[in-house]
Design a protein around this ligand. Structure first.
Ligand code: IVH
Length: 665
C-alpha cells in the first residue's frame, strides 16, 4: 500500500469514486474499469478504514455491500404493530369514509393524500441518526430483518442529515422497483430460460427477501417514506404533513406528488389528477392513500384491530379489455376443489399480458352465461387473478356450453359434487399431485410454518422423487436426500435444512393454520388457539363446543371435526410431533389475556400515550372502540376524561385507572 499521507479528504474522494464505479457495474452492468482495478481501489479503501476507523461512515461501500446473509433472515418483533389500510373501491365507499369523520369528529378536516405505491412495507429504525435496522411488515407484529439488502438502496440515508438527531426514530417506508429495472432483469431471466417476475411488486419483494446484498444492489431498488411510526417527543410535529417535511429535510426520500387536501372536492380532483399521470410514472401505483393530517384528530378517530380508522386507500378502478375464450380448463386447488379457467386469446390489459382468467365456479358461469368461443370482457385489478366479467352477446356465434369434468384432470379420480354448493371436488387427497403440492406449499408459506427456500418447483421435485408424500415428511429430509436432486446445490440444501429446522417451534395459531383445514384461515386459527390450551384438546374437541365459540360457524366446526376424524390427518400430526416439532403455547396465552375484550380509552396518561395503550390492547387480542356502548367492558380512564366517563358510569362499564390496567396485564 502507498506510503502517502492519508487525509480524510482523500478517503472521501476514493469512497465517492468506488460508489460511482459500483453503480456502473452493479446497477447498469456497464463497468468503465476492469474488475482488477476495482478490487484494488476497494482494497485500498478497506485498508484506510482499518488504519483510520474514525473515517468509516455507514454509507461506505465496505459497509453497504456486505457478505451474503447466512442461514436466512432473523425474525424481529415490531415495537409498534404495522397496520394495514382499509380500502375504498368506489366513490360511495370513499364518501362514506369522509362523511363519517366530518359528522362524528370534526366539521372541517384536513387530509394528506399520497399515491399508494405498489411495493412492500418496511419499518426503518434509526438510533441517534444512524440506520439500525430494516424489518419487513411480515404479519404486522413480526417481520424479517432485511437490513443488509435495504442498505444497498441508493436513495436511503444511512445517516441522517441533522445535528439534533432524534434518539430513536422509526419510519414506515415502501420499497418498490422502477418499471424499467423490472423489465431489464426479466429480459436477463428470459435469456437464461429462468422464471420471470410477474410484476414490479413481486420483483421488489423477491429482491428484498433473497439473501445476497450484491443481487439487491444490482437490482436498483427504490424506497420512499410514508410515515412516522415512532419518534422522540421533543420534536414538535403535530401533523403528518409537518412530519413529512421534517423527514424530507433530514434526508429521507418522500414522494413529490403528496398533497394537503382541504375538502372532498380537492380529494376527488387529486384522485383524477394522479389517475391521469399514472401511466407516465416510472413506477406502479394502485390507488391514493388519504390520511387525516392532525395526530390529535387521528387519536380521537382511533383504530380497528387491523387498520386505522383515520385513513383509507382509494383504489384505482380495475382495467377491462375484450377477448375470446378459446377453451376452458380446470385447476385443482389445495383442498381438491376444481376451478374452471378460461383460456383466452392473449391480450394486454394495462400493459400486462393475460392469457387466462378465472371463471370461479359453475354457478357463476351459468349466471353470466359464459360459453366457449364467446367474446368476453376480462377484468384485471391490481395483483388479483384476472376474471371474466361478462359476455359480449352481440358478437356471439357458434359457442359450446361449459360443463364440469367427470374425472379429475390431474389424477383421474371421479369428481364429486358437494351438495347444495356449486363446488366440485377431487376426493383423492392423499395422491392427487396438485393437492399434495399445494398443501405442502401452504404448510411452508410465510404465514404458516415459514419455511423459506421451498418454492413450488422444489416441492414438485420432492414429490416426484417420492421423498415427500405430505408435509410431515419435510422434517425427515436429510442433506444426502436433497443434494441428489436436480438444481439443488450445497448452499441451497443447507439453507433449506436450516430453514426447516428453524420452523420447529411454531406458535399455536400458525401451526393450526398450516394444517390446511378447509376454511380455517389465519384469523380462525387464532381464535382456535385462544380457545384451546393444547393441540390435543383441539383435536378432541366436540362439534357442539366448536360451534359455541364466537366466530366459528357450523360449517367451519364441521370442517374441523372432519379433519381430525380422518386417520391420515392424525397420522401426519403425530409424525410432525415425533420429528421434534414443539408447538409454542405461550404467545396465545398472552393473547388470551384480552382476547375479544372490548375497551375504550379516554383522557391523558402519565407514563404512556393514549395511542400506546390502545396498541397494547390490540396487540394482546383486545378491541378498542372510540365510543362507549353497552358492549364496552372496560373504560381505561386517564386524567381529564370528559363525557365518556359519565356515560361509562351510567351504563355500568368497568372503569380502570392506568395502574389498574397495567395490573390486569
Ligand atoms: S400508510 C397505518 N401510505 O399499503 C397505515 N401505506 O394496504 C400505514 N402503502 O402496508 C400505511 N403506499 O405497504 C401508507 N402512501 C402510503 C402507501 C402505503 C403504499 C402500502 C403499505 C401498507 C399497505 C396497506
Amino acid at each position: 500500500m502507498s506510503q502517502k499521507k492519508i487525509t480524510k479528504k482523500y478517503y472521501q474522494i476514493l469512497k465517492k469514486k468506488i460508489q460511482m464505479f459500483s453503480k456502473q457495474y452493479y446497477t447498469y452492468d456497464s463497468p468503465t474499469i476492469s474488475d482488477h482495478e476495482f478490487d484494488e481501489l476497494y482494497k485500498e479503501l478497506k485498508f484506510i478504514e482499518e488504519e483510520n476507523p474514525s473515517f468509516i461512515s455507514s454509507d461506505s461501500p465496505t459497509q453497504v455491500i456486505g457478505s451474503k446473509i447466512r442461514g436466512g433472515f432473523k425474525k424481529v418483533r415490531h415495537t409498534k404493530p404495522m397496520m394495514s389500510l382499509n380500502n375504498a373501491s368506489n366513490i360511495d365507499e370513499f364518501n362514506s369514509f369522509y362523511e363519517k369523520i366530518i359528522t362524528e369528529f370534526s366539521k372541517k378536516v384536513v387530509m394528506y393524500a399520497e399515491p399508494k405505491f405498489d411495493g412492500l412495507a418496511i419499518a426503518l429504525t434509526y438510533n441517534n441518526g444512524v440506520l439500525l435496522s430494516a424489518v419487513t411488515r411480515g404479519d404486522g407484529n413480526e417481520g424479517e430483518d432485511v437490513t443488509s439488502n435495504i442498505k444497498t438502496i441508493q436513495g436511503l440515508p444511512l445517516k441522517l442529515l441533522t445535528e439534533k438527531t432524534p434518539k430513536r426514530l422509526v419510519v414506515a417506508a415502501e420499497v418498490y422497483s422502477l418499471i424499467t429495472d423490472f423489465q431489464r432483469i426479466n429480459e436477463t431471466l428470459k435469456k437464461s430460460k429462468m422464471k420471470k417476475f410477474a410484476n414490479p411488486r413481486n420483483f421488489a419483494a423477491g429482491t428484498v427477501r433473497q439473501l445476497d446484498p450484491v443481487v439487491a444492489f444490482k437490482r436498483n431498488l427504490q424506497i420512499y417514506i410514508h410515515g412516522v411510526i415512532d419518534i422522540d417527543s421533543h420534536l414538535s410535529l403535530p401533523t403528518h404533513s409537518e412530519s413529512m417535511a421534517y423527514l424530507s429535510k433530514i434526508g429521507f426520500p418522500t414522494c413529490n406528488l403528496n398533497k394537503k387536501i382541504n375538502d372532498i372536492n380537492e380529494a376527488i380532483n387529486y384522485f383524477d389528477d394522479i389517475s391521469n399521470k399514472r401511466v407516465k410514472l416510472p413506477y406502479e401505483i394502485d390507488g391514493i392513500v388519504y390520511k387525516v393530517n392532525s395526530y390529535e384528530l387521528r387519536d380521537l378517530i382511533g383504530y380497528t384491530s387491523k387498520a386505522p380508522k383515520w385513513s383509507i386507500a382509494f383504489k384505482f378502478p380495475s382495467q377491462i379489455s375484450q377477448t375470446k375464450i378459446v377453451d376452458v380448463t380446470f385447476q385443482v386447488g389445495r383442498t381438491g376443489t376444481l376451478t374452471p379457467v378460461a383460456e383466452l386469446e392473449p391480450l394486454s390489459i394495462g400493459g400486462v399480458n393475460v392469457t387466462r382468467a378465472t371463471l370461479h365456479n359453475l354457478d357463476d358461469i351459468r349466471k353470466k352465461d359464459i360459453r366457449i368461443n364467446d367474446y368476453v370482457y376480462v377484468k384485471r385489478a391490481g395483483d388479483v387473478i384476472p376474471e371474466v366479467e361478462k359476455v359480449n352477446l352481440s358478437k356471439r356465434e357458434k359457442t359450446t356450453e361449459i360443463s364440469m369434468p367427470m374425472k379429475c384432470p390431474a389424477c383421474g379420480e371421479t369428481i364429486i359434487k358437494i351438495s347444495n354448493q356449486s363446488i366440485y371436488k377431487c376426493p383423492n387427497e392423499s395422491s392427487c399431485k396438485p393437492q399434495i403440492v399445494q398443501s405442502i406449499g401452504h404448510f411452508a408459506s410465510r404465514k404458516a410454518m415459514n419455511i423459506s427456500g421451498l418454492g413450488e418447483n422444489i416441492i414438485i421435485t420432492l414429490v416426484d422423487s417420492a421423498l415427500v408424500k405430505n408435509y410431515s415428511d419435510l422434517y425427515y429430509l436429510t442433506y444426502d436426500h436433497l443434494i441428489k436432486l436436480d438444481r439443488m446445490a450445497r448452499t441451497s440444501v443447507n439453507n433449506l435444512i436450516d430453514s426447516i429446522n428453524k420452523s420447529k417451534q411454531p406458535n399455536f395459531d400458525k401451526f393450526i393454520y398450516s394444517l390446511g383445514i378447509r376454511e380455517v384461515g389465519l384469523s380462525t386459527a387464532r381464535v382456535l388457539s385462544q380457545n384451546f390450551n393444547t393441540l390435543d384438546e383441539l383435536m378432541n374437541a366436540k362439534r357442539e363446543f366448536l360451534e359455541s365459540i364466537k366466530d366459528i360457524g357450523p360449517i367451519v366446526a364441521d370442517n374441523i371435526t372432519n379433519f381430525f376424524s380422518m386417520s391420515s390427518n392424525v397420522k401426519k400430526i403425530k409424525k410432525l410431533i415425533s420429528s421434534g416439532i414443539e408447538v409454542n403455547y405461550l404467545e396465545h396465552l398472552a393473547n388470551k389475556l384480552l382476547s375479544n375484550r372490548s375497551f375504550v380509552v379516554t383522557g391523558s396518561f402519565n407514563k404512556i400515550s393514549r395511542r400506546e395503550i390502545e396498541e397494547i390492547i390490540i396487540s394482546n387480542g383486545g378491541k378498542v372502540s372510540s365510543s362507549i356502548s353497552k358492549k364496552t367492558e372496560f373504560l381505561v380512564c386517564g386524567e381529564k376524561p370528559g363525557s365518556k366517563l359519565d356515560k361509562a358510569k351510567k351504563i355500568g362499564t368497568k372503569i380502570l385507572t392506568e395502574e389498574e390496567f397495567f395490573k390486569i396485564l
